[in-house]
Design a protein. Structure first.
Length: 73
């Protein structure tokens, strides 16, 4: 379901919209909870890279992604 939500956000809002990135972040958390650490790492890194580009390195969503990436690693 999260992948479906993400696909919809990407089509409607674009890949760099903050709401789309929030969906990427949520998918990463789902993958982590399922024990898919490789997939979670890829998704959270994707969210982090785009958050940094769109919102900046000090934005709370960016920093939250940094924290989540640390947890996955």
């Amino acid at each position: 379901m999260m992948r479906r939500a993400l696909d919809g956000c990407e089509k409607v809002l674009g890949k760099e919209h903050p709401d789309t990135l929030s969906s990427v972040h949520c998918l990463a958390q789902v993958l982590e909870s399922q024990g898919n650490y490789k997939g979670a790492k890829e998704m959270i890194q994707r969210a982090l890279d785009r958050y940094e580009k769109v919102l900046g390195k000090e934005y709370p969503y960016t920093l939250s992604s940094v924290s989540c990436l640390a947890g996955v690693l």
